[in-house]
Design a protein around this ligand. Sequence first.
Ligand SMILES: [Zn+2]
Length: 447
Amino acid sequence: MREFFPTKRDEIILPYWNEKAETMPRAELEALQGSKLRKLADYVYNNVPFYKKKFDELRIKPSDIKSVNDITKLPLTYKTDLRDHYPFGLNAVPMEEIIRIHASSGTTGKPTVVCYTRKDIEDWTELMARTVSAPGITRKDIIQNAYGYGLFTGGLGFHYGAEKVGATVIPISGGNTERQLMIMQDFGSTVLTCTPSYALYIAEYAKQQDIDVSKLSLKIAICGAEPWSDNLRKTIEEELEIDAYDIYGLSEIYGPGVSVECEQKNGMHIWEDFFIVEVLDKRTYEPVEEGEEGVLAFTTLEKTGMPLLRYITYDIATFTKEKCGCGRTCGRMSKVTGRADDMLIVRGINVFPSQIEHVLSSVPGVAGYYQIIIDRDIIDSLLVQVELTPDTFSDQMKVLEKFKKDIELRLYNTLQVKADVDLVSPGTLPRTEGKAKHVVDKRIKNI
Ligand SMILES: [Zn+2]
């Protein structure tokens, strides 16, 4: 795709961060995965009571795992298992060995928690170093890291990886677009890392402010944390006159850095010496044929704090082991094309409809009917239509306005993303005898 877009990169470079690992022959890679999987089975059996119980129920022993193909004998792990063992019940080490905790939104208001040992942080940093190197970032680059810093893994994940390759990191975090553009101009940022929605917003804002993007030093954006289309990529590339690359990850599996596109922009390379990826049927969770679409499941081969076996991500994608033009031998996943559960990703933040339902159910005067409408103009918008009881609806405008603001604040406190509330009169929202359709995701046409 490179030739279609203007680019400031004067040469196509193929920087491997770890050439040996990234270009290892497949047979060698799979043998390595097999030996790591054997050790992992032993490790979780002896250190995580949850997995010991699962092995015993399935009547398998760690010694049954002899090669990578034996992975299907191992138990699946679901997001609900993390919830059931909240917060630290799946850890394989005592807390004094944990040096960092990250978390993302869960279905019940309790977050999904991930604990990292020093080795895990070092490994994640290595993965992120490979990840930022694949699109061509080097120590000469100045990275404006506009992913959120905090419990969310985006900010710190990029931060450590970019520092490891020796690039200059600006830990600006998300928001304050005017300041983002000022810093971008004054500091000469060559790389922008943020959600694709935010990259687009920055482009729009620059246009409004009459900033000539051709005068910026920016040449690359690495965008992720939400699904995005090739059309959106094209727009970001044209508007900012850069190359934009997709990245994938999830906090349960370290965070960002599970996979990334190389300069070929033809699928995201998964660092398979650290993960075994499986593509499973949406309903049966049986493996599908290579190239077929299914739910991604990851096994972490090196994690020591909270290792996971066959973790069901609910992200739908395809996977190929075909060799890539960049020379890397690790396989590639496609863009995520959908979700197999009801989790929504709004501006990079995980949002569960059940969280919204939970908030609304705690507000007196709400009738119990609601609809969540998500759209994407420049950035994602989240609108919650809330039906009122007849008593509440007859209140004065001023009272209703306060009521609306109160619900918006409660939603923000739970979701950590802004939701607009639209109060509607009794009987307005659709009724159903079957499963209520509470979510209308208008972005699907854009993905
Ligand atoms: Zn490649």
